[in-house]
Design a protein around this ligand. Structure first.
Ligand code: 5GP
Length: 213
């Protein structure tokens, strides 16, 4: 009997958190360890930070181009976060899911809500919490990429962002990076086995049942 009858539809793995909770580090480690996982690179109107690469961290764009993208339906979702626009390009997501590959999203709660409305079956939502407020502030300051004013703004916003944790399927408190990465991997591996993501199961089971012994 062939074991290739069962195919898989890709899933959409969303990681949300307040800025500085360690989400980017978790994403980086996850992408390095998971072959079938691709990062959805968002478009944004915010300024590029030192060390960021256009096309890798974000597709950096201006407001006019972003608005044209909205009008042409290029974004699966978009939201205004910290006075800038952020959006998920549609094309890559559709292509990967159809090919049975998973896509990782580093988006906020507003984007997650929009994806949950249009693609609930494909979505797996994880919220990352910092271990404490002092740790959150320490991580934001240590990035040394943002001005003190920006850091203060992000701290003020964190409480609001964290109030959205009940909208997520899984909650991880990021005490320790390797442990958090392992927890996200465990979720990803289990979610891949969900019955509704495995295409061709009924045919496979039919063959099992029909096989004479
Ligand atoms: P940052 O400017 O620190 O890279 O990101 C700020 C916030 O915007 C983060 O919470 C991040 O998850 C969110 N974000 C990044 N890309 C997108 C996107 O495409 N859509 C939405 N809704 N949020 C995004």
């Amino acid at each position: 009997m062939s074991d290739t009858i069962i195919q898989r539809r890709g899933l959409m793995l969303v990681l949300s958190s307040p800025s500085g909770a360690g989400k980017s580090s978790i994403s980086r480690e996850l992408l390095a360890s998971e072959d079938d996982l691709t990062l959805s690179v968002s478009a944004t109107t915010r300024q590029r930070r030192p060390g960021e690469t256009d096309g890798k961290d974000y597709h950096f764009t201006d407001l006019t181009s972003f608005q044209i993208g909205i009008n042409q339906g290029e974004f699966l979702e978009y939201a205004k976060v910290f006075d800038n626009y952020y959006g998920t390009p549609r094309a890559l997501v559709e292509e990967k899911l159809a090919a049975g590959k998973d896509v990782l999203f580093d988006i906020d709660w507003q984007g997650t809500q929009q994806l949950a409305e249009i693609m609930p079956e494909d979505l797996v939502k994880i919220f990352i919490l910092p271990p404490s407020v002092s740790e959150l502030e320490k991580r934001l300051l240590s990035r040394a990429q943002d001005t003190a004013e920006v850091v203060a703004g992000r701290m003020a916003k964190a409480a609001d962002e964290m109030s959205h944790y009940p909208e997520y399927d899984y909650i991880i408190v990021n005490y320790d990076l390797p442990k958090s990465v392992a927890q996200v991997q465990a979720i990803l591996h289990a979610e891949r086995l969900k019955r509704n993501r495995q295409i061709g199961l009924s045919e496979f089971v039919k063959q099992l049942r029909d096989t004479k012994y």
